[in-house]
Design a protein around this ligand. Structure first.
Ligand code: ZN
Length: 442
């Protein structure tokens, strides 16, 4: 497909704006909820009965950090067309009783690591804090989003004069090296007050908090022709955003279109809002039940369903090209990456790979292939974890990027559009199978 440069720029500007407003998974989900609401989707609550109609459009959140949206076809449905990505990224999380005084001259904050991060990029740059507090309000105990939208803290490096060997490799001690400087001696007891003010509650009413540091450096397009996008949280908000864009632009034919953004992938997906939870299964069951269908019909629908697990992938690195597989060489802007692993860390097999390639062909977007080097274990993702709850044909894909798990990552700007377009076509299609080894894409 041949798109104008302005089309690539438009979707990436929208993505940059989304990333800027999404410093944590809570904010990402709130922003996606807003996009869905603006597109006419109705919010369902897990604690209330669901009235679902053919042709209806709905979304539901769990923990305010995971979201599932679905669009019913006009006729009785055949199966589910599901795409799943994740809302969280590695970050430093603020502990309770966070303030630590240093010789009455500094106040620093006590933090711990969330997920497997590259530590070095967090140093020597403006940082701030975002997340949620839970406070006593007139409603009882209530969650409030917090985003301190200004340069607030820094984690300073040690001068090279005090560690001459630092450039030969450095092992970061999270309890010692990664604590952000919050203020001078005057800042003592100021942290909780600042958070209370941002949350619009009284300091004494704050009962608990989930707060994370985030990188203040805004995302941007770079490269000679703006061909790269560099920003925080590209893994995995680039996939979450692109799949939601495709979802919003799709008209489901015979299957329910399901857009899933789950939390806690970076720490193993084992929470109630993660891929290893019942969230997706619960939603699919409730859709099935609300449409007056039996358990048998639910299982038949699953056999005619397909899942795309979309989580960013590694591009070949310009300075370390030998870290990639010798024959499968994914590059940024060369299209969607299909991920394979013989030990099934990725769910892709010949069937799901072939079906996804057919979707890309139908959408007119390029795709490419990723394997780990055979002497490197590589990472994991959410496809196989989700399959232990909802078992269906699944492919693991992602967009190629550099510096995965840095707090500032780089990806291809064309690839954002490729995924949005493949998602639109995927959600408008029906991948039908009766379990006999033959598949149709309708
Ligand atoms: Zn990821």
């Amino acid at each position: 497909m041949n798109w104008e440069k302005s089309v690539f720029q438009e979707i990436n500007q929208e993505l940059l704006d989304f990333l800027d407003r999404s410093p944590t998974s809570f904010h990402a989900v709130a922003n996606m909820g807003r996009m869905l609401k603006n597109a006419g989707f109705e919010r369902l609550l897990e604690g209330k009965a669901w009235q679902i109609k053919s042709g209806g459009r709905y979304y539901v959140t769990r923990n305010n950090s995971a979201l599932i949206a679905f669009h019913m076809p006009e006729q009785d449905f055949a199966g589910f067309q599901i795409m799943a990505s994740h809302s969280d990224s590695p970050a430093l999380k603020i502990k309770d009783n966070a303030e630590i005084q240093v010789e009455k001259k500094y106040v620093k904050l006590n933090v711990e690591k969330y997920g497997g991060m590259l530590c070095a990029p967090w140093l020597d740059r403006p940082l701030s804090v975002a997340g949620r507090v839970v406070a006593r309000t007139s409603k009882g105990v209530e969650e409030k989003l917090v985003h301190v939208d200004r340069d607030l803290m820094i984690i300073p490096n040690l001068a090279i004069h005090m560690n001459r060997k630092v450039n030969e490799g450095y092992e970061f001690n999270a309890q010692k090296d990664l604590l952000p400087l919050f203020g001078d001696g005057e800042a003592v007891n100021g942290f909780k007050g600042l958070i209370a003010k941002e949350a619009g509650v009284d300091e004494k009413d704050i009962l608990d908090m989930d707060l994370f540091l985030y990188n203040r450096m805004k995302g941007t397009l770079l490269g000679l022709n703006g061909e790269f996008i560099a920003a925080p949280h590209l893994d995995d908000l680039q996939c979450a955003f692109a799949s939601l864009k495709g979802f919003l632009g799709a008209e489901p034919a015979r299957s329910v279109a399901v857009c899933c953004v789950l939390d806690n992938e970076e720490v193993g997906s084992g929470t109630k809002q993660g891929a290893d939870s019942t969230f997706l299964k619960d939603v699919l069951h409730r859709i099935n039940g609300a449409m007056g269908r039996t358990e048998e019909e639910y299982l038949m629908a699953l056999s005619s369903s397909f899942m795309v697990s979309a989580d960013n992938a590694h591009s070949i690195h310009p300075n370390q090209p030998d870290k990639g597989d010798p024959t499968n060489r994914p590059f940024m802007n060369d299209g969607i990456v299909i991920k394979y692993s013989a030990n099934q860390k990725y769910t892709t097999d010949a069937v799901s790979g072939a079906l996804f390639k057919s979707i890309c062909e139908k959408a007119g977007v390029p795709c490419q292939v990723f394997f780990n080097r055979s002497d490197m274990p590589g990472g994991s993702t959410l496809g196989n974890i989700s399959n232990s709850q909802v078992a269906l044909n699944t492919v693991d894909i992602g967009l190629p990027q550099l510096a995965m798990h840095s707090c500032y990552e780089t990806a291809g700007s064309k690839d954002t559009l490729y995924l949005a377009e493949a998602a639109r076509v995927f959600y408008s299609s029906t991948m039908h199978s009766e379990g006999d080894g033959a598949y149709q894409i309708l």
